[in-house]
Design a protein around this ligand. Sequence first.
Ligand code: PRX
Length: 702
Amino acid sequence: MSDKSRSAEQSGSSEAQIAVHWKEEKYFKPPQSFIEQANLSDPDVRERFGERNFPDCFREYADLLDWSKPYTEVLDTGKPPFWKWFADGELNACHNCVDRHLGKYRNKAALIFVSEPEDDAPVAMTYQELYVRVNEMAALLRDYCGLKAGDRVTLHLPMTLDLPITMLACARLGVVHSQVFGGFSGQSCGQRIEDSGSRYLITADAYWRSGKLIDHKEKADIAVKTAEEAGQKVDKVLIWQRYPGKNSSPTAMVEGRDVIINDLLKDYAGQRVEPVAMNAEAPLFLMYSSGTTGKPKGCQHRTGGYLAYVAGTSKYIEDIHPEDTYWCMADIGWITGHSYIVYGPLALAATSVIYEGTPTFPDARRPWRIAERLGVNIFHTSPTAVRALRRLDPEGPAQSPQQFKHMTTVGEPIEPEAWRWYYHQIGKDQAVIVDTWWQTETGGFLCSTIPALDDMKPGSAGPALPGIYPVIFDENGAEVARGSGRAGNICIRNPWPGIMQTIWGDDQRFVDTYYKRYCRNTDSTDWRDWPYMAGDGAMQAEDGYYRILGRVDDVINVSGHRLGTKEIESACLTVADVAEAAVVPVVDEIKGRVPDVYVSLGSDAGDLEDIKSRIIKACDDMIGKIARPRQIHIVPDMPKTRSGKIMRRVLAAISNGADTGDVTTLANPDVVEEIQNMVQGENASKSSADMPDDIRNFGNND
Ligand code: PRX
């Protein structure tokens, strides 16, 4: 491999292409101590998973699982792009994550719960105990709720053991769980209840966050109301108590609707429920993700292919062994938590840590105290967390006692500076790092270095995973030359077992969103004609490593969480007086990106400060605090094209202190200057070349 520096920009990209301003970085080698113990150190793996052996190569992942009925066919491409994986096989995900480990690991910790208050001792739950709890919960869901295979149930749970217990209890019955991130608002939850057609909401009374015991139950009332207004009746709200036997929420219980799970469970003590053998193609869960249009998409994941893929990638990329203590700091309410806190690690009989609260509470050294106390040796987090920890305590981790063999970064591009700090300070030059690129839709990792085989390059996700064959297309659908350093739309040419099945209830949207643009022949049943469009800009360097440049559509990645700008805009538009709204990403040192809101008002608008606070409240209520705007700018008019489209690109440049480029072709160029003076004030604007690529390219598709 060469480590010469080269600016990709110099390799001749045209105006129409996504620009890349990025220098090549030096490689880091995986430590020998890591290589010696790694699950995957066979350099033939890429050959084994090469196109010649596709799709049979994925038997290797499926063979990590117990099948109650073995599959005979690996991939069925009969109805593209609705691929079927291991379609005539049967298995149960809960059996694979719990029951089958009892023989060897009955009294080994499956999960360790760390509550936010530091005086509470961690709680280790063995595989045996997990088995007991999951069975009792499954009995409750089956007998009290009458839930059966194929029914959907919405979970709106914080990070406690109750969440994986509930997910696994659903999986045991073949019930499709749809966990909504606990930080999302009641309204967001209600929309997802309606979309999934859930008759039950499983929630919690309270949880700890940044030193406060937060009332979570209050969101359930709003969720039920929102769902019912949209036409979905919720029969019961089931509530886990943070402290069993004690009600920690001041919100009143609703007679006949709300029930306490901890009370009900007493009736199911000691009950056992046979895991239901599910067809490999039966949906396991829904995970909602933001898209470019207002309505979130229910990404539907299958049982067999998904579990095989997360087990395989947990083993080979996360390098999880049963004897490891693995801590992923993500929330289970995101796909990272589903795949790499619950299903992947438990399928491998690992010990997976669940931390309730904020990583920096009560101080930035909390993660290292947790890691030392539990003996965590695999650590998994996001660039946002790395940046926050670095800002608060730049020298602290190196003086702290954690000892990791392996660390992950996920969720957004990581700046090489932050990567190096992660490597030196947190990993103490001893831990290998994988920068894993993937999405809610993809079930598991798509690009990453194989930790014992590939050198690391800060800021680059790395090569494609075994069995994944990416391609980069330009705007005209032509393939960008491999290794050319030129950017375009990254797609995956082939199906893989972790890919979602469809968007819940909307097959057409699934096809349109991910396949329509680059499909070569809609009549073809050859998978080669159906590349999957990830929606990210990316480039491939000479060494084959991919660098992800961010979304090509209008999604804002706040702390690694994808928020649809349209969703935030529609929240703003619920405020009376707001006539138009445009939301743009702004660079934030810690969170990566945060939304800035521009609104124009109708005539006779009221008090401006009052309007601003109502906009903030609308964003909090309808999406969650995560979507809270950094600033709200009330503007006389939006910059628009002659056809009347709002130019978000121009607003993004203004919010980020960059120059706006040529605006003379706009319908109202004068307003740009007015907004610029208002927002940037006296500050001289930077050249847009200094902006990160995603900001510079934001809104280019408008
Ligand atoms: O833009 C990419 C970014 O996050 C998006 C997926 O977000 P979500 O579905 O919420 O899943 C997050 C966890 C997988 C992608 O389209 N992204 C994710 N991982 C990386 C990344 N960008 C750069 N590098 C990564 N490692």
